[in-house]
Design a protein around this ligand. Structure first.
Ligand code: NAP
Ligand code: GCO
Length: 264
């Protein structure tokens, strides 16, 4: 059987000082990979380095804005020299702006598209030529429920994550012959700082209405934890998925399968 080990591989997870990226990088390290991560400023990178060290992981952390093409290309050169060739890339860094569409400025819309869609293009493009020279590689794009569904206030995010789903399929199509597998993970609603505002307790101590809505909409009847994404990510990074390409693996506790609770 092709296995799930990542020994000898270098894995770069973007925006991985905390949250989903951190959990995925820890899982890759547990499976044997060397970890590279970046974040937007030194403070976050230092926080990340300390968190990895606490888990017994010697990670390589760098400051890099994933929307800055020159900085991304420079980082790839630095990683090649200091750590090794990048075998696994996870496009994880992302932002969301929850603003009703007609109140959102074009600049705000563009900013979300820039981080959540243009950056995965920039970062993938920076590593693919070397992956081809190395005989293959794995790219995992962190998509969303919003790659499939819409909702009020997240027009830019949904447009970006829908686009990221198609970028995933296109990378798979264009580079599959070079033994590059590009797949997506579509997390359901995961408890991280990004979704903290949707889970805040109400002044009377009751659950946030959106929190209650998600519990009712999820057959698993709970929010996901970042660790719920770890096994699927290791699968997509490992030889076990060598013939899986252009697939979006939804890890959502069943949300996309479910029409919602029937009226009582
Ligand atoms: P998070 O807690 O906000 O973490 C995202 C990380 O990306 C942060 O460290 C963030 O830095 C960094 N980042 C933002 N812009 C960047 C840039 N231009 N360059 C480099 N790093 C940048 O988010 P998360 O919940 O762990 O989400 C990770 C990914 O999963 C995102 O793509 C998100 O859209 C996606 N996702 C999340 C959920 C969920 O329910 N949480 C569900 C589906 C998909 P700052 O702290 O400075 O912002
Ligand atoms: C929102 C949420 C979502 C999740 C996630 C779902 O406001 O609806 O933030 O978009 O973060 O991407 O998969």
């Amino acid at each position: 059987m092709k296995n799930f080990r990542l020994d000898g591989k270098v894995a770069w997870v973007t925006g991985a000082s905390y949250g989903i990226g951190f959990a995925l990088a820890c899982a890759f390290a547990d499976a044997g990979a060397d970890i590279v991560f970046n974040d937007i400023n030194q403070e976050l990178v230092d926080k990340g380095l300390a968190a990895y060290a606490e888990r017994g992981i010697h990670a390589h952390g760098y400051v890099c804005d994933v929307t800055d093409e020159a900085a991304v290309n420079q980082l790839v050169e630095t990683v090649n020299a200091e750590v090794g060739h990048i075998n696994i890339l996870v496009n994880n860094a992302g932002i969301i702006k929850r603003i009703p569409m007609c109140e959102m400025s074009a600049a705000e819309f563009r900013q979300v598209i820039d981080v959540d869609l243009n950056a995965p293009f920039i970062v993938s493009k920076a590593v693919i030529p070397d992956m081809i020279r190395q005989g293959g590689g794995k790219i995992i794009n962190i998509c969303s429920m919003m790659s499939e569904l819409g909702r009020e206030t997240v027009s830019a995010y949904a447009a970006a994550k829908g686009g990221l789903k198609m970028l995933t399929k296109n990378i798979a199509s264009e580079f599959g012959e070079f033994n590059i597998q590009c797949n997506g993970i579509g997390p359901g609603y995961i408890a991280t700082p990004q979704t903290a505002p949707l889970r805040e307790r109400q002044p009377d101590g009751s659950r946030h209405p959106f929190d209650q809505f998600i519990i009712a909409k999820t057959p698993a009847a709970r929010w996901g934890e970042a660790e719920d994404l770890a096994g699927p990510a290791v699968f997509l990074a490992s030889p076990a998925s060598d013939f899986v390409n252009g697939h979006i693996l939804y890890v959502d506790g069943g949300i996309l399968a479910y029409i919602g609770k029937q009226p009582q």
